[in-house]
Design a protein around this ligand. Sequence first.
Ligand code: ZN
Ligand code: ZN
Length: 170
Amino acid sequence: MLEKFILSFDDFKNSKIVSVKDKPFCFDIDKNIIKSSDIKFSFNAVKYDDIVSVECNINGYFLLECSRCLEQFKYDVNISFESSFDKDTYETDILEQVRENLILNIPMQPLCKPDCKGLCQVCGKNRNISNCSCEKEQNKEFIAEKWSKIKSLAIGGKNAKSKKKTYTSS
Ligand SMILES: [Zn+2]
Ligand SMILES: [Zn+2]
């Protein structure tokens, strides 16, 4: 069961403002995506006649795994959002809103840094830490492969042309 934090019109019987500061938020999401998190949220809710306006701020960090080098890194979270609900709706779940905003903020392909070099496909070394010699070998092979493809294409092209020629001349 997901934790809830219900804010309703009942909370505004004695005051027009309800504030919560730095409440810890337990982010219960797939541990494969988020290794751990340290998240707090604060909000300020103000009641105007038939409407409650909420201003919320989420602060902290996720511990994510880089999609290229698989190292874990801190991903800072600092999100602000606003919402409101009226007398008909009567209540809202603040935690649900916090959760939604956090999920929207998780990068699809987390990177420890924009230019992360990732792992070597050959020896598995983290190429941010040390450069292995595989890359050069790989490049040579790649170029050799490319050339052999180009050559075979060229030969194929010639064959096709000569065939056409023999066809039209006959
Ligand atoms: Zn990385
Ligand atoms: Zn390598």
